[in-house]
Design a protein around this ligand. Sequence first.
Ligand code: MRU
Length: 300
Amino acid sequence: MKIRGAPVIGITGAYAVALGALKTDSSDIKKFRNALRGIIEAVAATRPTARNLFFALERMRQVAATAGTAGKTRDVLVAEAQKIHAEEAAATEKISLSGAGLIEDGWTVLTHCNTGPLATSGWGTALGVIIMARQQGKKIDVFVDETRPLLQGARLTAWELQKAGVSFTLVTDSMAGHFISSGRIKCIITGADRIAANGDTANKIGTYTLAVLARENRIPFYIAAPTTTIDRNIKTGRQIPIEERGPEEVTHVRGLSIAPEGVRAANPAFDVTPHGRITAIITEKGIIRPPYTASIKSLF
Ligand code: MRU
C-alpha cells in the first residue's frame, strides 16, 4: 500500500517486471524466460482488483516475446514500462480536460478515496477532473470522504487538493448522505479499479453507497478512468475479483486498537456499482453514457 491506485499499480507493476529482468543475470534465453515468467506471476499476485495491473503485465509479456536474446529482452522491457507510464500519464490529462466540462462553475462536488497524481502519475482521474475545472477558473468546492479504513481521502486527497489550491471540506464517509440530501452537493465523481464490459464498476469500498445516494437525490454520479481500467473479458461486475484485506485495518487505526480484542471484522477493499447507477464514464477517448455495453465497445 505504499504504492496504490489503479493506474499507478499498473505502471509500478510494469517497472517491477523491468527491474526484475535487469536483476536476472542469466544470458541463456530459456532460463531468462523462465525467470521472467516467475517475476510476472509474483507481480500479478500483489493485488487482484485493479485491471491496470493485468493490462500492464500483458503488455510486458507480449513485448518480451518479440526479443530474441536476454539482453534485448531487458531493453524492450525497460522501454515498454516507460511507454506505459507515459501513456497513462497522458491519458489522465485528456480525462481531466473532458471531465472538467461536466463540472459547472460554483458547484460543490463529492469525491471518494484518492484518484489524484499519487494514484495515477499524471493529473489524476476523478481528482484530475476537479483540479482541471478549478484551473479553468471555475469556483469549485469539494467534499472529501475520509475513506475508511485506510483513509486515502484524509491522508492523500486532502494533501493533493491543498497543494492544488482547491477549496475542500473533509468528512467521514458516514456524513456523505447528510450533505448530499441537503442539496449542497451537485455531483459525485470517483475513479475506478475495474470496469466490466457492461459498465459495472469496482472502486474503493463505499463507492456503491454513494451511487445509490446520488440516484436517491437525483444528482449525477460520474466515474473517471482510463480505458486500461476496462476489462472487456468479463461481462459483469459479479466476475470482478474483490480484494479482501486483513481485519486489523478495521479494528485498528494506524496501529491503535479501536475495537475489543478478538472481534471479527470484514474488510473488502472494493465494491461494485451497477452500470445502471452510473451517469457517465469519463475516459481519455471520450465520455461514454448508457447503454454501456455498446458505448464501451465503441471505445475500442
Ligand atoms: O486500495 P487502493 O488505495 O489502491 O484503492 C484506490 C482506489 O480505489 C481508487 O479510487 C481507484 O484506484 C481509482 S485510482 C485513479
